[in-house]
Design a binder for this molecule. Structure first.
Ligand code: NAP
Length: 250
């Protein structure tokens, strides 16, 4: 794959289903990582796992993305700890599903705050340090439903579509400094959550996917590693859809 030797990266939601696969993909290509999440125990356990698998002395930085003060501290803490930050991966995300007419203000606010506003704050802070370094990579994890819509997910789809638009704007602002800003949009990915579905539910999902199966976390990790690499220098403002053909979007 693509070498990330000598690069430093912050991955949010690093202990989650997809985040841990992204962290593994970046670490396996040689990057040194700051792993972030709100649950310190989970993060520490994952850091130990990653360090014993790949070396490189990866670190964990706890941050609750619903807390603005903590979000504003995350990039400075990453730079202090790693000595720089070449790559930002905005992966953390939550769902609070409800049909529009029943959706509570708190369900809307929480999803927008964690999935969209925190990403904005991290991208803004990352842009400052990457501008000085005259290079960098920002990759955000969106979702197929940000492009197609999905009943019961007005909050989530608004956040994911917002992340796509925001990334295109920033990509235009930073292109001349060799900083690329892209998104990876997963379809259904097999995680602990999807493993809890029964066979009938899984079959119903798989029947909507031309490849007839859900994706693996590694398949998202690989896409992120590509966009984070030097080889992807001329790719910016794009969304790489990884969904087994479920929605064929350009
Ligand atoms: P997951 O397993 O639930 O992981 C979510 C991650 O986000 C966890 O590491 C969690 O860390 C972190 N997180 C949640 N709330 C947080 C908060 N307040 N502050 C800091 N971190 C927080 O979810 P996933 O399936 O891997 O999803 C990862 C990304 O992929 C999300 O953006 C999601 O929208 C997107 N996605 C997933 C799928 C799918 O099929 N799974 C499909 C399309 C898109 P803590 O537990 O430490 O808080």
């Amino acid at each position: 794959m693509f070498s990330l030797e000598g690069k430093t990266a912050l991955v949010t939601g690093a202990s989650g289903g997809i985040g841990s696969s992204i962290a593994r993909a970046l670490a396996s290509q040689g990057a040194r990582l700051a792993l972030s999440g709100s649950n310190a125990d989970k993060l520490r356990a994952f850091r130990d796992e990653l360090n014993s698998e790949f070396g490189h002395d990866h670190v964990e930085i706890t941050c609750d993305l619903s807390n603005t003060t903590q979000v504003e501290e995350l990039i400075p803490a990453t730079i202090d700890t790693l000595g720089g930050m070449d790559i930002l991966v905005n992966n953390a995300g939550i769902t609070r599903d409800n049909l529009a007419m029943r959706m509570k203000d708190e369900e809307w606010d929480e999803v927008i705050r964690i999935n969209l506003e925190a990403s904005f704050r991290l991208m803004r802070a990352a842009a400052r340090t990457m501008m000085k370094a005259r290079g960098g990579r920002i990759v955000s994890i969106t979702s197929v439903v940000g492009a197609t819509g999905n009943p019961g997910q007005m909050n989530y789809t608004a956040a994911k579509a917002g992340l796509t638009g925001m990334s295109k704007s920033l990509a235009q602002e930073l292109a001349s400094r060799n900083i690329t800003v892209n998104c990876v949009a997963p379809g259904f990915i097999r995680t602990a959550m999807t493993e809890k579905l029964d066979d009938k539910q899984k079959d119903a999902i798989n029947s909507r996917i031309p490849m007839g199966r859900m994706g693996e976390g590694d398949e998202i990790g690989t896409a992120v590693a590509f966009l984070a690499s030097d080889e992807a220098a001329y790719v910016t403002g794009q969304t790489l859809h990884v969904n087994g053909g479920m929605a064929m979007l350009s």
